[in-house]
Each structure stands twice: as structure tokens, then as C-alpha cells.
Design a protein around this ligand. Structure first.
Ligand code: BV8
Length: 250
């Protein structure tokens, strides 16, 4: 798709929001959920990413997260993450909402990240609710226990059937309702309530920019749809936008 119309839009836009999914980390070598070789190809979500699965077999669920931490921990952000970290400084109002739990947006320099589904590097005590950072790869103890009270720790992530943090979700909906353009990058747009955010933005009059090698249920709502890899498309958009932004200022 031709990027010129998008550049024109961005040169006249102050409020930009972004929603990312597992696809933005795919070029780092981190498996997505539903794509080829995806995490849900080997396991059903219900087997691993639910409170029931955890209460029935905490070791199995922890082994899955330990395995994922091993993959994610050795990876660096890709150029797609880096462009978004840069845009946080360029646009007067910039919000980054992610469904990802890998922490790669923060690792690339993004400072304002709304993590809808939590973070794989944080643990939560099942008794006290206290949240701690933990980057041990592999885990030292299986399953990990709370140092303070000895209770089972769980990943500080949102499982299917669990509600998202009302505070984070409210902020995400507010940014969707007030942005002029929303980039939707690397998500199959099937998981709720995240998948409703772009629709909220579109209803509020924002232009929707989808970046994904495949079409999704959101594609028909997108004003701009780029079929390809975000690690290539975002740098291409940024290169032309930066050139025109400098030209306009001279
Ligand atoms: C909730 C855990 C209240 C952490 C995850 C309304 C309607 C229908 C169902 C529901 C509904 N409301 C709630 C539900 C139930 C459920 C849900 O949405 N089910 C779906 C599957 C139908 N939602 C919930 O349970 C949520 N809780 O709403 O609470 C409630 C509860 C019950 C009932 C009613 C209300 C909680 C959802 C959070 C679940 N936790 N993860 C973890 O272990 O990771 S979700 C999981 O999917 C990940 O977090 C992931 O982020 C998320 C979305 O997946 P994607 O990121 O989109 O990844 P995917 O692989 O699917 O797609 C990747 C895309 O990238 C593809 O399109 C691919 O083409 C593209 N791609 C590939 N390479 C590239 C690329 N793009 C760009 N560049 C590339 N190089």
C-alpha cells in the first residue's frame, strides 16, 4: 500500500495511539499465539493460560512460562519496537497499549506502556497479592514460592476468564477515544476486550492503520492496511515521515 497518504495524515496529527500484539515481537524469534508454529498450536489456551489450569497443575503452567521466559529473555527488540520508542518523543500525545507480556517495548526505550495482559517478568503472591520482579532464567525453584509467606507465586499476567486491571483498561479506552490515529500492529484482533479498542477509536473518528502480513477481523475497519512485517514497514514509514517532518520545519 502507498505510504504517501499516511505520511500526509501523520504530518497533521498530534494524538497517536498504538495497539500491539504478539506479531510485533515475531521478528525477534518469539512465537506468536495463533500463527504458524504459534504457542496455541501445541497447547490449547484453556490448558495453560487460565486460573483453572494453574490451580489444577501449577507446575505445568510454570514450566510453560519458564520455557517462554527462556526464549524471550535472550531476545532484543526489533526495528519495529525501536520506531515506536522514537515516536513517543515525536508526537505531542502518544500512547502505547500492548497485549504482549514480553517487556520488549520497555527494553527498546518506550516509557509509557499500558500492559493490558501483564508482564512475564513479574510474579504475584497468590496469598498476599504482592508483585515482585523476577528475571531468573531458568526458574530457581519450581514452582516458585513467596519468600515472605511461602505461598505459591503466579505469573503477573491476565489469563482467559480473568478481568483486566480496571485502571489500565480505562486508560486504554480513554486513549482510544481521544486519538486521531491508531496503529494496530501484529494482532489477530480476536482477544477481548483488547480487540474492541480500535473499534472505539474508529467510532470516535480516528484513522486506523493496520500492519499485519495477514488480514484480520479489523481489516475492514482500517483506513490504511499494510500487508507485511512490522519490523520492515514501521521503519519505512518512519524514514519517509522523518524526512518530510524535517522538510516541513525548514
Ligand atoms: C476478560 C495471557 C472479563 C498471558 C492472554 C467477548 C467476546 C468473546 C470472548 C470474550 C469476550 N470477553 C471476554 C472473552 C473471553 C476471552 C477472549 O477474548 N477469548 C477469545 C479467544 C475469544 N477474554 C478474556 O478472558 C479476557 N478477560 O475479558 O474478563 C470476562 C471474562 C470471561 C468472559 C467475559 C468477560 C482476558 C484476555 C487475556 C487473555 N490472556 N494471554 C500470556 O500467557 O500471554 S491472551 C493472548 O492473546 C496474548 O496475551 C496475546 O497478546 C493475545 C492476543 O493475541 P495476539 O497478540 O493477537 O497474537 P496472535 O498470535 O493471535 O496474532 C499475531 C498476529 O501477528 C497475527 O495476526 C499475525 O498475522 C501477525 N504477525 C505475525 N508476524 C508478524 C505479524 N504482524 C506484524 N509483523 C510481523 N512480523
Amino acid at each position: 500500500m502507498e505510504i504517501e497518504p499516511l505520511i500526509e495524515l501523520l504530518l497533521n496529527t498530534t494524538r497517536v495511539a498504538v495497539l500491539t500484539g504478539a506479531g510485533i515481537s515475531a521478528e525477534c524469534g518469539i512465537p506468536t499465539f495463533r500463527g504458524e508454529g504459534g504457542l496455541w498450536k501445541k497447547h490449547r489456551p484453556e490448558e495453560l493460560a487460565t486460573p483453572t489450569a494453574f490451580s489444577q497443575n501449577p507446575n505445568l503452567v510454570w514450566e510453560w512460562y519458564d520455557w517462554r521466559r527462556g526464549i524471550i529473555g535472550s531476545k532484543d527488540p526489533n526495528p519495529g519496537h525501536e520506531v515506536l520508542a522514537q515516536w513517543e518523543k515525536v508526537f505531542p500525545s502518544f500512547s502505547l497499549v500492548t497485549q504482549n507480556i514480553d517487556g520488549l517495548h520497555q527494553k527498546s526505550g518506550s516509557t509509557k506502556v499500558l500492559e493490558l495482559h501483564g508482564n512475564i517478568w513479574k510474579f504475584r503472591c497468590t496469598e498476599e497479592g504482592t508483585i515482585t520482579d523476577n528475571h531468573d532464567v531458568p526458574l530457581k525453584k519450581m514452582p516458585p514460592l513467596c519468600e515472605a509467606c511461602g505461598a505459591l507465586l503466579r505469573p503477573h499476567v491476565v489469563w482467559f476468564g480473568e478481568s483486566l486491571s480496571p485502571t489500565i483498561l480505562q486508560k486504554a479506552f480513554l486513549t482510544s477515544a481521544s486519538c486521531e490515529a491508531m496503529f494496530v500492529i501484529g494482532t489477530s484482533a480476536v482477544v477481548q476486550p483488547a480487540a474492541s479498542l480500535p473499534l472505539q477509536a474508529a467510532n470516535a473518528g480516528a484513522k486506523i492503520v493496520e500492519i499485519n502480513p495477514d488480514p484480520t477481523p479489523l481489516t475492514s475497519y482500517a483506513d490504511f492496511s499494510f500487508r507485511g512485517k512490522s519490523g520492515e514497514i514501521l521503519p519505512a514509514i518512519d524514514k519517509e515521515f522523518s524526512r518530510r517532518f524535517k522538510e516541513a520545519k525548514e
